[in-house]
Write a protein that binds this ligand. Structure first.
Ligand code: ADP
Ligand code: MG
Length: 706
């Protein structure tokens, strides 16, 4: 495939399909421009009369770029994005014209009663609204103007990923600014930032389409590992195959035009596994961009006859894929609150945010675990693969030492308020050696000036884990302020008060810190002695969403109402068992109508061969091998037939369970339990049966791109 670039320099076309500030300025009156900038910064809605101006400017820009339609673009709880296109065009008495009003920009009422809502919306009140989120700019995809929106029910409950995220970011902003006041009165706003590393697999589209399991479930339910896979470690960071390189350049070009600041590309560990990463952005935008990116990749992939596999575990036996979420907090004055400073005083500020993040994750590890729990991600988190189901935090040796030092030191009460400082505050080098010390087995690692949540699944919408992370840090910072203020009221000096609380938090949260190998059995044992949870499966991990403790947290931060949290819980359980149900059905269907007939066809050939050899008077030694294979084929056929029958039976039992949690657990423990044994025997058949008869493309064909 030849790739066409709009210009030689990326900077010449970066963001060309986005209605960004620069274009707003060009297309809007001064007054309208200032009004919209104010709304973007304050989060307040745009005044009604201004919306008309903005809409007509947007329309003029979009039509100038060839757009014929517009859509509200939103992120329902299906995990993907949703859009319903309307034409600008409207017939008039004397012809037709293009129209787009402020109303159409600000709000739509999608006829969307079949999005997941977890019982919030009854069909008789099936109305849902999408409303423009001006903090994320409009963009053009194909010939459609897309307006990023939130999605709420008639009764005001969130039906999407964005509303709670925006609320969590708001809570974080407020709590972090309050804490910043101890150090720097000029700080007025704190934004969370996020850089998402996206892993994915590529497979030839024709081969993908020849595998019903892949196109129905996103992963291979069968398939023996190829003789060569990732054991030679020859793929990682290797030279990129030319067909893949063309695809990368093509989707990057589209993404860059959409303002997605893609920066990095490379091969990943498994064969035909790759990664791309943008430069970090404000979190809401970073998440919109990641959702958009997944869409662009999928679409551009087809042009190159590739299927982009975003599934967390498309192939058993090689690495799965994740989406590393690099997260930090940055002030309006440009300071990264997770970046160690030059002076002890700025380091006290760093330590405050650093330790509060650790404490937040310690307090709500189960909630963070729940936020990354999906049926696909169980293949990674529950198995001995990156990262484990136990939430722990990796800090690197230098910062671990710093925290240990603080924990054991004495706080001198005799220091003067402004003197630099307390004898116990250790020196923190600005450039941490551990920047390069990559503990790849940790689900939550500090990497120099940011934390990296590595346990997010590759197909997930990051909004969910990021809502939880920002919410728990917000709540923790709020508590920190209460604790510090208590000491200040008692007449403690500020720095002493801050350090006293920090020291206490370091002690309290110590058990969540782990520097060793997160995949090892020793860690599982050690974590158990530390009382850390190790919840391997989704239905149980999700319990954390509906505990008393979480209810209090949701209420304190205002991120979810009880009803919303319970609705989400139901939706996630539903998604879990339904995906297993589909996998089980595909498995049964393939075994009965593809695998067994193929094995029998081969067996019949062998039987004929044996009969023929007998007929011409050969003795038994001449067909001993054939008899052996015939016998083995029968064994495997019998095994998979009886196990599929039993699995179907368990499915029937699970289907009549009313309670969604029990149903999900039944699917997990009773139905899914058959997957591996059935697969094992099917894979044995794959190795026995004549290659020319085997109808499914094999791993050696799927995994190596030609
Ligand atoms: P790695 O070695 O893990 O690839 P990088 O430094 O290349 O680490 O960063 C990976 C991602 O983290 C990129 O998307 C990058 O923009 C992002 N990132 C870097 N600094 C920050 C930060 N302060 N906050 C959030 N994300 C960041
Ligand atoms: Mg990284």
């Amino acid at each position: 495939m030849e790739v066409n670039f709009p210009a030689n320099k990326i900077s010449d076309y970066f963001g060309s399909n986005v209605f960004d500030k620069k274009k707003m300025k060009e297309y809007l009156s001064k007054e309208a421009f200032e009004s919209i900038i104010k709304s973007i910064e304050s989060g307040e809605p745009i005044p009604r009369d201004m919306a008309d101006h903005v809409a007509s400017a947007m329309k003029a820009w979009a039509i100038g770029k060839g757009a014929t339609h517009y859509t509200h673009w939103f992120q329902p709880l299906t995990g993907t994005t949703a859009e319903k296109h309307d034409a600008f065009f409207e017939p008039t008495p004397d012809g037709a014209m293009e129209k787009f009003s402020g109303d159409a920009l600000a709000q739509q009422e999608p006829d969307a009663s079949s999005f997941p809502n977890g019982g919030i919306r009854n069909t008789f009140e099936a109305r849902g609204y999408t409303a423009w989120d001006p903090s994320s700019p409009a963009f053009i995809m194909g010939r459609t103007l897309c307006i990023p929106t939130v999605f709420v029910s008639y009764t005001g409950e969130a039906l999407d990923y964005k509303v709670p995220l925006l609320k969590a970011l708001n809570a974080l902003d407020k709590a972090a600014v309050d804490v910043c006041q101890y150090f720097d009165k000029s700080i007025e706003k704190v934004n969370a930032s996020l850089g998402i590393e996206q892993e994915y697999f590529l497979v030839d589209l024709a081969l993908f389409n020849a595998r019903p399991d892949m196109y129905m479930t996103g992963r291979t339910l069968f398939g023996h590992m190829s003789a060569k896979n990732q054991q030679l470690e020859d793929h990682y960071f290797g030279s990129i195959p030319s067909r893949v390189y063309a695809f990368m350049q093509d989707f990057e070009t589209e993404a860059l035009q959409l303002g997605i600041p893609l920066k990095t590309r490379h091969n990943e560990v498994a064969p035909s596994q790759f990664e791309c990463a943008p430069i970090y952005e404000e979190i809401n935008l970073a998440i919109d961009h990641n959702q958009l990116l997944m869409d662009v990749m999928d679409r551009v992939g087809k042009r190159h006859n590739f299927k982009v596999l975003l599934h967390e575990k498309p192939y058993a036996g090689v690495n799965g894929s994740g989406k590393h979420n690099n997260w930090s907090m940055i002030t309006n004055t440009g300071k990264n609150l997770l970046s160690p400073g030059k002076t002890p005083k700025s380091n006290l500020m760093f330590l405050t945010f650093f330790v509060n993040t650790i404490k937040a994750v310690y307090e709500h590890a189960d909630l963070l675990r729940a936020s990354i729990a999906t049926v696909n991600n169980d293949h990674r988190l529950g198995a001995n693969e990156a990262p484990p189901a136990i939430i722990s935090i990796f800090l690197g040796s230098q910062l671990s030492e710093v925290l240990d030092e603080i924990e054991t030191s004495r706080i001198s009460k005799r220091i003067k308020e402004d003197s630099l400082l307390w004898q116990g505050i250790p020196k923190i080098p600005q450039i941490l050696q551990d920047n390069t010390d990559r503990n790849r087995t940790s689900p939550f690692a500090f990497t120099g000036n940011k934390f990296e949540l590595r346990a997010v699944g590759s197909s997930a919408n990051s909004a969910n884990p990021m809502t939880i992370l920002n919410m728990i840090v917000a709540d923790q910072l709020r508590r920190f302020k209460i604790d510090v203020d208590k000491l200040l009221k008692k007449g403690e000096k500020k720095d002493v008060a801050l350090l006293t609380v920090i020291k206490k938090y370091i002690k309290d949260s110590k058990s969540i810190r782990f520097e060793g190998n997160g995949y090892s059995e020793e860690w599982e044992k050690l974590a158990a002695t530390r009382n850390l949870s190790n919840i391997k499966t989704t239905p149980k991990a999700l319990d954390a969403l509906i505990t008393e403790k979480s209810d209090v947290l949701f209420e304190n931060t205002g991120v979810f109402t009880r009803r919303e949290a319970h609705a989400r819980y139901e939706i996630l359980l539903d998604d879990f068992y339904k995906k297993l149900q589909i996998e089980a059905r595909v498995m049964g269907e393939l075994v009965n109508s593809v695998i067994i007939p193929t094995a029998i066809a081969y067996q019949s050939k062998l039987v004929e061969n044996v009969k023929g050899l007998k007929d011409i008077g050969m003795d038994e030694s001449a067909y001993a091998a054939q008899l052996d294979i015939i016998k083995k084929l029968s064994e495997h056929i019998n095994f998979i037939k009886t196990n599929v029958d039993q699995m179907v039976n368990e499915r029937k039992k699970a289907n009549i369970i009313e309670n969604t949690r029990n149903k999900a657990i039944a699917y997990d423990e009773k139905v899914k339990a058959f997957f591996d044994p059935i697969r094992y025997h099917v894979d044995k058949l794959e190795q026995l049966v004549d290659d020319s008869l085997w109808p499914l493309p094999k791993f050696r064909e799927l995994l190596f791109i030609k």
